[in-house]
Design a binder for this molecule. Structure first.
Ligand code: DON
Length: 343
């Protein structure tokens, strides 16, 4: 999609973002710039999602020192949906280790839709990617625990630690998804038939569906993203949620496949690892700098929030967050710039 940021100056920063005052001004400008976009449709394949306010729009940045910057509807609750996949992947990686998740789940893109069954068959029952439903179900199944309740407790408490507060389930969304969940049940049973899920596959679907129905807001998403930006320590609570090595692995997976089939375009334009969900949220991580959380339920044809993409593109450019951007040391020196860029 067209991100409408050609006129935004592309800043380059290394090591740190501009000071707090600067972030607030840029955030307000990103919000105003993005608010004029009204394209996209609210998801309705899970019936309760169709009730979302299509005009809700919240944008939040949390820096690695815990500084919070927010504008718009940052306290509107919505279900986390697929964004949970990123954080459950981190929690499971922390518990079972790098080699095990690489072996059981994999890290490559399927090139197919997030709920694809064909992708499993084409890869001999290997789920391939933790950011699509098959890989996410296999990831959830890997969480250690004697019972499904123990596994759920580990996931629920871990996601709450990422957010820095106890997260509650949106019961209406959960009930709606349980009723329309036959495709995920089929995927889990197929993975079970290939020995990729060892537990009862329908219990795994139940845990996965609950993790997707947790209610969060744009501010929570920014804190969760900032925890991944900060080596796994929640910068607001100071709690270590996962290791720095797990953050690095998780961000690599997000960079490769966080925005469905539009991940390449996202990385090309925005240059940051991110993850979107069907309820209209996007989390974006600028390692060592900030986490960004956005909510706007109108999605484009790839299933990504229209305003979320535009606002994040704006912030990436204006705050100099693109991880691929560099500026010649020699050129900067000659031009006499660079000394006062870092906050
Ligand atoms: O399983 C589902 O279809 C939803 N709970 C989540 C889908 C979603 O957000 C998109 N996934 N990548």
């Amino acid at each position: 999609m067209q991100l409408d940021v050609d006129d935004i100056d592309q800043a380059v920063t290394t090591g740190a973002v501009p000071g707090a005052q600067h972030i607030d001004e840029i955030l307000d400008a990103a919000y105003e710039h993005t608010s004029k976009h009204h394209g996209g449709e609210v998801a309705d394949y899970i019936p309760a999602l169709a009730d979302a306010d299509p005009d809700a729009f919240g944008l939040c940045v949390v820096d690695v020192e815990g500084g919070l910057h927010e504008v718009g509807d940052t306290r509107v609750l919505f279900s986390i949906q697929s964004i949970s996949k990123a954080f459950v992947y981190a929690l499971v990686s922390e518990r079972v280790g790098h080699e095990k998740v690489l072996d059981v789940i994999g890290v490559n893109s399927t090139g197919l839709a997030f709920d694809s069954v064909v992708a499993i068959e084409l890869n001999d029952g290997h789920p391939m990617n933790p950011m699509v439903n098959a890989g996410a179900l296999a990831t959830t199944a890997l969480m250690p625990g004697n019972t499904a309740d123990d596994q759920w407790e580990a996931i629920h408490s871990g996601l709450s630690r990422f957010a820095g507060r106890h997260l509650d389930i949106d019961d209406e969304v959960l009930a709606s998804e349980v009723k329309s969940n036959s495709r995920n049940s089929a995927i889990a049973q197929l993975l079970h038939s290939y020995g990729r899920i060892e537990h009862d596959p329908l219990e795994v679907v139940d845990i996965y569906t609950r993790q997707c129905a947790l209610a969060i807001d744009a501010r929570d998403l920014a804190v969760m993203a900032a925890t991944l930006a900060n080596g796994g320590v929640n910068p607001v609570t100071g709690v270590e949620v996962v290791s720095a090595a797990v953050c690095r692995d998780t961000l690599a997976v997000l960079a490769a496949s966080g925005l469905y089939e539009a991940t390449g375009e996202w990385l090309f334009e925005i240059g940051l690892p991110g993850k979107s969900g069907v309820s209209g949220g996007i989390v974006t991580v600028a390692p060592g700098k900030v986490g960004i959380g956005s909510l706007s339920p109108r999605l484009d044809s790839t299933g990504n929030s229209v305003r979320g993409q535009i606002a994040t593109a704006y912030l990436s450019r204006a705050l100099g967050l693109n991880i691929f951007a560099s500026e010649s040391h020699f050129r900067s020196k000659v031009a006499g710039i660079g000394e006062d860029q870092a906050g």
